[in-house]
Design a protein around this ligand. Structure first.
Ligand code: 9D3
Length: 230
Protein backbone atom coordinates (compact mmCIF):
# COMPACT_ATOMS: atom_id res chain seq x y z
CA UNK A 1 0.00 0.00 0.00
CA UNK A 2 1.15 3.52 -0.79
CA UNK A 3 0.20 6.43 1.50
CA UNK A 4 0.91 10.09 0.76
CA UNK A 5 0.49 12.55 3.63
CA UNK A 6 -0.05 16.27 3.04
CA UNK A 7 0.81 18.32 6.13
CA UNK A 8 2.44 21.53 7.36
CA UNK A 9 4.18 19.50 10.12
CA UNK A 10 5.90 16.52 8.46
CA UNK A 11 8.26 16.29 11.46
CA UNK A 12 5.41 15.04 13.67
CA UNK A 13 5.40 11.81 11.65
CA UNK A 14 9.14 11.03 11.88
CA UNK A 15 9.19 9.19 15.22
CA UNK A 16 5.97 7.20 14.82
CA UNK A 17 6.95 6.11 11.29
CA UNK A 18 10.33 4.82 12.51
CA UNK A 19 9.14 2.80 15.51
CA UNK A 20 7.09 -0.28 16.18
CA UNK A 21 4.54 -1.69 13.79
CA UNK A 22 4.58 1.25 11.37
CA UNK A 23 8.39 1.28 11.25
CA UNK A 24 8.47 -2.45 10.49
CA UNK A 25 5.77 -2.24 7.81
CA UNK A 26 7.75 0.52 6.10
CA UNK A 27 11.14 -1.26 6.49
CA UNK A 28 9.74 -4.42 4.89
CA UNK A 29 8.16 -2.46 2.05
CA UNK A 30 4.60 -3.54 2.84
CA UNK A 31 3.61 0.11 3.29
CA UNK A 32 5.26 3.07 1.58
CA UNK A 33 4.65 6.45 3.23
CA UNK A 34 5.58 9.69 1.49
CA UNK A 35 5.40 12.93 3.47
CA UNK A 36 4.74 16.20 1.66
CA UNK A 37 5.27 19.58 3.32
CA UNK A 38 2.47 21.88 2.17
CA UNK A 39 4.85 24.85 2.43
CA UNK A 40 6.75 23.40 -0.52
CA UNK A 41 3.61 23.97 -2.62
CA UNK A 42 3.20 27.66 -1.84
CA UNK A 43 4.25 30.26 -4.42
CA UNK A 44 4.55 33.44 -2.34
CA UNK A 45 7.65 34.85 -0.68
CA UNK A 46 6.40 34.01 2.81
CA UNK A 47 5.36 30.45 1.92
CA UNK A 48 1.99 31.15 3.49
CA UNK A 49 -0.19 28.08 4.05
CA UNK A 50 -2.95 29.75 6.08
CA UNK A 51 -5.05 32.89 6.16
CA UNK A 52 -7.83 34.56 8.12
CA UNK A 53 -11.46 33.44 7.81
CA UNK A 54 -13.80 35.26 5.41
CA UNK A 55 -16.67 36.55 7.53
CA UNK A 56 -14.42 36.90 10.54
CA UNK A 57 -13.81 34.65 13.49
CA UNK A 58 -10.86 33.46 15.51
CA UNK A 59 -7.89 31.60 14.17
CA UNK A 60 -6.51 30.76 10.78
CA UNK A 61 -7.71 28.52 7.96
CA UNK A 62 -5.52 26.39 5.67
CA UNK A 63 -5.53 27.86 2.18
CA UNK A 64 -6.72 25.66 -0.69
CA UNK A 65 -3.99 26.27 -3.31
CA UNK A 66 -1.05 24.46 -1.61
CA UNK A 67 -3.29 21.45 -0.90
CA UNK A 68 -4.53 21.27 -4.51
CA UNK A 69 -1.01 21.72 -5.91
CA UNK A 70 0.39 19.01 -3.60
CA UNK A 71 -2.49 16.63 -4.46
CA UNK A 72 -2.04 17.20 -8.18
CA UNK A 73 1.74 16.71 -7.91
CA UNK A 74 1.09 13.07 -6.92
CA UNK A 75 0.05 12.22 -10.48
CA UNK A 76 -3.32 11.13 -11.80
CA UNK A 77 -3.68 7.52 -10.67
CA UNK A 78 -6.80 6.56 -8.75
CA UNK A 79 -6.47 7.03 -5.01
CA UNK A 80 -8.75 7.36 -1.99
CA UNK A 81 -8.28 10.80 -0.43
CA UNK A 82 -9.07 11.38 3.24
CA UNK A 83 -9.20 14.80 4.85
CA UNK A 84 -8.79 14.39 8.62
CA UNK A 85 -11.42 16.67 10.11
CA UNK A 86 -13.43 16.89 13.36
CA UNK A 87 -16.49 17.20 11.10
CA UNK A 88 -15.83 13.87 9.36
CA UNK A 89 -17.35 10.40 9.50
CA UNK A 90 -16.24 8.73 12.72
CA UNK A 91 -13.43 6.19 12.20
CA UNK A 92 -14.30 2.68 13.36
CA UNK A 93 -12.93 -0.78 12.62
CA UNK A 94 -15.36 -1.30 9.70
CA UNK A 95 -14.04 1.85 8.01
CA UNK A 96 -10.44 0.84 8.82
CA UNK A 97 -11.08 -2.48 7.02
CA UNK A 98 -12.47 -0.61 4.03
CA UNK A 99 -9.38 1.61 3.81
CA UNK A 100 -6.98 -1.31 4.31
CA UNK A 101 -7.84 -2.84 0.92
CA UNK A 102 -7.03 0.36 -0.97
CA UNK A 103 -3.74 0.29 -2.92
CA UNK A 104 -3.21 4.05 -2.53
CA UNK A 105 -4.36 6.49 0.15
CA UNK A 106 -3.80 10.24 0.39
CA UNK A 107 -4.18 11.73 3.89
CA UNK A 108 -4.64 15.49 4.27
CA UNK A 109 -3.94 16.78 7.79
CA UNK A 110 -5.53 20.10 8.67
CA UNK A 111 -4.41 22.56 11.33
CA UNK A 112 -5.66 25.73 13.00
CA UNK A 113 -9.43 26.24 12.89
CA UNK A 114 -9.76 24.10 9.79
CA UNK A 115 -9.34 23.81 6.04
CA UNK A 116 -10.94 25.90 3.29
CA UNK A 117 -14.16 24.05 2.41
CA UNK A 118 -13.28 24.07 -1.30
CA UNK A 119 -10.75 21.32 -0.59
CA UNK A 120 -13.44 18.75 0.27
CA UNK A 121 -15.78 20.18 -2.37
CA UNK A 122 -13.19 20.27 -5.14
CA UNK A 123 -11.12 17.14 -4.52
CA UNK A 124 -12.59 13.62 -4.63
CA UNK A 125 -12.12 13.48 -0.88
CA UNK A 126 -13.97 12.23 2.20
CA UNK A 127 -13.68 13.68 5.71
CA UNK A 128 -12.85 11.35 8.61
CA UNK A 129 -12.72 12.11 12.36
CA UNK A 130 -11.11 9.83 14.96
CA UNK A 131 -13.68 10.70 17.64
CA UNK A 132 -15.60 13.37 19.46
CA UNK A 133 -12.80 15.22 21.24
CA UNK A 134 -10.55 18.05 20.09
CA UNK A 135 -6.89 17.74 19.12
CA UNK A 136 -4.89 20.54 17.54
CA UNK A 137 -4.60 19.22 14.01
CA UNK A 138 -5.02 16.28 11.68
CA UNK A 139 -1.51 14.88 12.11
CA UNK A 140 -2.16 12.68 15.16
CA UNK A 141 -5.49 11.51 13.70
CA UNK A 142 -3.68 10.66 10.42
CA UNK A 143 -1.19 8.56 12.41
CA UNK A 144 -3.99 6.78 14.26
CA UNK A 145 -5.73 5.99 10.98
CA UNK A 146 -2.47 4.93 9.35
CA UNK A 147 -1.52 2.55 12.17
CA UNK A 148 -5.02 1.03 12.34
CA UNK A 149 -4.98 0.47 8.56
CA UNK A 150 -1.38 -0.81 8.44
CA UNK A 151 -2.15 -3.56 11.00
CA UNK A 152 -4.61 -4.99 8.47
CA UNK A 153 -2.25 -4.98 5.49
CA UNK A 154 -1.48 -8.67 4.90
CA UNK A 155 1.91 -9.67 6.32
CA UNK A 156 2.24 -6.75 8.78
CA UNK A 157 0.81 -8.50 11.85
CA UNK A 158 2.42 -11.92 12.13
CA UNK A 159 -0.26 -14.12 13.65
CA UNK A 160 -3.51 -13.60 11.79
CA UNK A 161 -5.49 -14.63 14.90
CA UNK A 162 -4.14 -11.70 16.88
CA UNK A 163 -6.22 -9.68 14.41
CA UNK A 164 -9.22 -12.03 14.43
CA UNK A 165 -9.39 -11.97 18.24
CA UNK A 166 -9.14 -8.20 18.48
CA UNK A 167 -11.66 -6.27 20.50
CA UNK A 168 -14.49 -5.03 18.25
CA UNK A 169 -13.76 -7.54 15.48
CA UNK A 170 -15.90 -10.13 17.26
CA UNK A 171 -18.30 -7.53 18.67
CA UNK A 172 -16.98 -7.99 22.24
CA UNK A 173 -14.03 -6.68 24.21
CA UNK A 174 -11.12 -9.02 24.79
CA UNK A 175 -11.02 -11.15 27.95
CA UNK A 176 -8.60 -10.15 30.73
CA UNK A 177 -4.99 -11.33 30.41
CA UNK A 178 -2.45 -12.35 33.07
CA UNK A 179 1.26 -13.12 33.00
CA UNK A 180 3.96 -13.80 35.60
CA UNK A 181 4.28 -13.34 38.51
CA UNK A 182 1.50 -15.72 39.56
CA UNK A 183 0.95 -13.55 42.64
CA UNK A 184 1.47 -9.77 42.43
CA UNK A 185 1.04 -7.61 45.55
CA UNK A 186 -1.26 -10.21 47.05
CA UNK A 187 -3.43 -10.64 43.97
CA UNK A 188 -3.41 -14.01 42.21
CA UNK A 189 -4.66 -15.01 38.77
CA UNK A 190 -7.85 -17.00 38.07
CA UNK A 191 -7.14 -20.69 38.98
CA UNK A 192 -8.60 -22.02 35.73
CA UNK A 193 -5.84 -20.33 33.71
CA UNK A 194 -3.28 -22.48 35.55
CA UNK A 195 -5.27 -25.71 35.17
CA UNK A 196 -4.06 -26.70 31.70
CA UNK A 197 -7.69 -27.57 30.83
CA UNK A 198 -7.94 -25.71 27.51
CA UNK A 199 -11.70 -26.22 27.11
CA UNK A 200 -12.32 -24.84 30.59
CA UNK A 201 -9.99 -21.91 29.84
CA UNK A 202 -11.91 -21.08 26.66
CA UNK A 203 -15.22 -21.20 28.55
CA UNK A 204 -13.83 -18.89 31.24
CA UNK A 205 -12.48 -16.45 28.66
CA UNK A 206 -15.81 -16.30 26.80
CA UNK A 207 -17.66 -15.50 30.02
CA UNK A 208 -15.03 -12.99 31.17
CA UNK A 209 -15.13 -11.19 27.79
CA UNK A 210 -18.92 -10.91 28.03
CA UNK A 211 -18.73 -9.65 31.63
CA UNK A 212 -16.01 -7.10 30.81
CA UNK A 213 -18.04 -5.85 27.84
CA UNK A 214 -21.19 -5.57 29.97
CA UNK A 215 -19.27 -3.49 32.53
CA UNK A 216 -17.12 -1.26 30.27
CA UNK A 217 -18.93 -1.07 26.93
CA UNK A 218 -22.58 -2.18 27.25
CA UNK A 219 -23.23 -0.24 24.02
CA UNK A 220 -21.43 -3.03 22.12
CA UNK A 221 -23.98 -5.63 23.29
CA UNK A 222 -27.39 -6.21 21.71
CA UNK A 223 -30.03 -4.31 23.74
CA UNK A 224 -31.97 -6.95 25.70
CA UNK A 225 -33.94 -4.41 27.77
CA UNK A 226 -37.18 -4.97 25.82
CA UNK A 227 -37.06 -8.82 25.93
CA UNK A 228 -39.39 -9.08 28.90
CA UNK A 229 -41.28 -5.93 28.14
CA UNK A 230 -39.17 -3.91 30.62
C1 9D3 B 1 -14.75 25.32 17.25
C2 9D3 B 1 -14.87 24.17 16.35
N1 9D3 B 1 -13.71 23.25 16.40
C3 9D3 B 1 -14.15 21.99 15.76
C4 9D3 B 1 -14.52 20.97 16.77
C5 9D3 B 1 -12.56 23.84 15.70
C6 9D3 B 1 -11.45 22.91 15.44
C7 9D3 B 1 -10.81 22.24 16.46
C8 9D3 B 1 -9.74 21.41 16.20
C9 9D3 B 1 -11.01 22.73 14.14
C10 9D3 B 1 -9.93 21.90 13.88
C11 9D3 B 1 -9.29 21.25 14.93
C12 9D3 B 1 -8.13 20.40 14.65
N2 9D3 B 1 -8.53 18.96 14.66
C13 9D3 B 1 -8.48 18.22 13.57
O1 9D3 B 1 -8.07 18.72 12.53
C14 9D3 B 1 -8.96 16.86 13.59
C15 9D3 B 1 -9.63 16.09 14.59
C16 9D3 B 1 -10.03 16.41 15.94
O2 9D3 B 1 -9.81 17.49 16.49
N3 9D3 B 1 -10.70 15.44 16.64
C17 9D3 B 1 -10.97 14.21 16.13
N4 9D3 B 1 -10.61 13.87 14.90
C18 9D3 B 1 -9.95 14.82 14.16
S1 9D3 B 1 -9.44 14.58 12.60
C19 9D3 B 1 -8.80 16.10 12.45
Amino acid sequence: MRVDVLTIFPGIFDGPLREGLLGRAIDTGLVEVRLHDLRDFTEDRHRQVDDTSFGGGPGMILKPEPIFRAWESLGDGSRRTVVLSPAGRRLDQALVKELAVEPWLVLVAGRYEGIDERVVDGLPAEEISIGDYVVSGGEMPALVLLEAVTRLVPGVVGREDSIRNDSFEGGLLDHPHYTRPQEFRGIGVPEVLLSGDQAAIERWRAGAALEKTRRSRPDLLPDRSTDRGE
